[in-house]
Design a binder for this molecule. Structure first.
Ligand SMILES: NCc1[nH]cc(CCC(=O)O)c1CC(=O)O
Length: 306
């Protein structure tokens, strides 16, 4: 690397900065110093719906523009928020070890999902979480919310909502574990809890070598399987789709196995399609595409694309 200190581009939210900070710390551990370059995107400054801003790629787009313009040397995304189409001139090259992939219920008065009274108001901005809530608890009122983690939690502390559902990863990274009243065991969004480090395709071997040292191959294989589901479904991160992969340790067996499970939910809840596969980790992408095609063959497209 020609530069002493690398410029690491991040969205400006507390969570994004914390995520970027974990990458900066990991790089420092392998002898590479970074300074954070926080950037505000349209998605951060408006209350308009994500769809009206041109979809879920708005957060990533700002960082990618800055990376291509050489305003920074690398950027950190939540893999969950990154569109599946590759971006010309850029490459996602590394993911550190995955944080908790699960969803978390943050309820008032310590309440778990089954303990919420009938008619309780539960906030989420995710069509997947809304469909899952409606399936498990059709008697609840699901309320569409937006905003960063602090804004969402404030709906509960203010009494406006009885609970919100958030990614456990974000809460844990922010040190907010104590607001979690239940970790939910339903399947989650492709890439949830995984960070994606992106650089320019033209960048040099020393940077790539440093990133290889903070990379986790198992996390990567799982994320690629999950994203392959999304790509094959031609779904965005706002689709009512869950995909989760995990890897067995391989101890006492011929080698590790990757299991990928994909689900599509009827947006109103109550109906779900499911497919899964178990393969060698090297077959992650093929397995993800395979389970997605089985969902499509079973009629998932109507739920995903409306
Ligand atoms: N779509 C917003 C978003 N993107 C990534 C995370 C959390 C961290 C992660 O999943 O890696 C969140 C917040 C949430 O879903 O509660």
């Amino acid at each position: 690397m020609t530069h002493g200190t690398l410029r690491l581009g991040t969205r400006a939210s507390d969570l994004a900065r914390t995520q970027a900070g974990t990458v900066a710390d990991a790089l420092a551990g392998v002898g590479v110093n970074c300074e954070l370059v926080p950037m505000t995107s349209d998605g951060d400054v408006t209350r308009a719906s994500l769809a009206s801003l041109g979809g879920t790629g708005v957060f990533a787009a700002r960082l990618r523009t800055a990376l291509l313009a050489e305003e920074c040397d690398l950027v950190v995304h939540s893999y969950k928020d990154l569109p599946t189409a590759p971006h010309p001139g850029l490459e996602v090259v590394a993911s550190p070890v995955r944080e908790d992939h699960r969803d978390a219920l943050c309820g008032r008065d310590g309440l778990a999902l089954a303990e919420l009274p009938a008619g309780a108001r539960v906030g989420t901005g995710s069509p997947r979480r809304a469909a899952q809530l409606r399936t498990v608890r059709p008697d609840l009122e699901v309320v569409d919310i937006r905003g960063n983690v602090g804004t969402r939690l404030a709906f509960v502390s203010s009494g406006e909502l009885d609970a919100v559902v958030l990614a456990a990863a974000g809460l844990r990274r922010l040190g907010l574990d104590e607001v979690i009243t239940e970790t939910l065991d339903w399947p989650t969004a492709p890439g949830q809890g995984v960070l994606a480090v992106e650089i320019r395709s033209s960048q040099d071997a020393p940077l790539r070598d440093a990133l290889a040292q903070i990379h986790d191959g198992g996390t990567w294989a799982c994320a690629q399987a999950e994203r392959s589901v999304l790509a094959t479904l031609e779904a965005g991160c706002a689709a009512p789709v869950a995909a989760h992969a995990s890897i067995s340790d391989g101890v006492g067996t011929p080698g590790p196995r990757l299991t990928v499970r994909a689900l599509a939910y009827r947006p109103g809840g109550g109906e779900v399609l499911e497919a899964s596969a178990e393969v060698e980790p090297a077959e992650a992408v093929t397995a993800g595409a395979d389970v997605a095609r089985r969902l499509l063959a079973d009629g998932a497209a109507d739920w995903i694309h409306d």
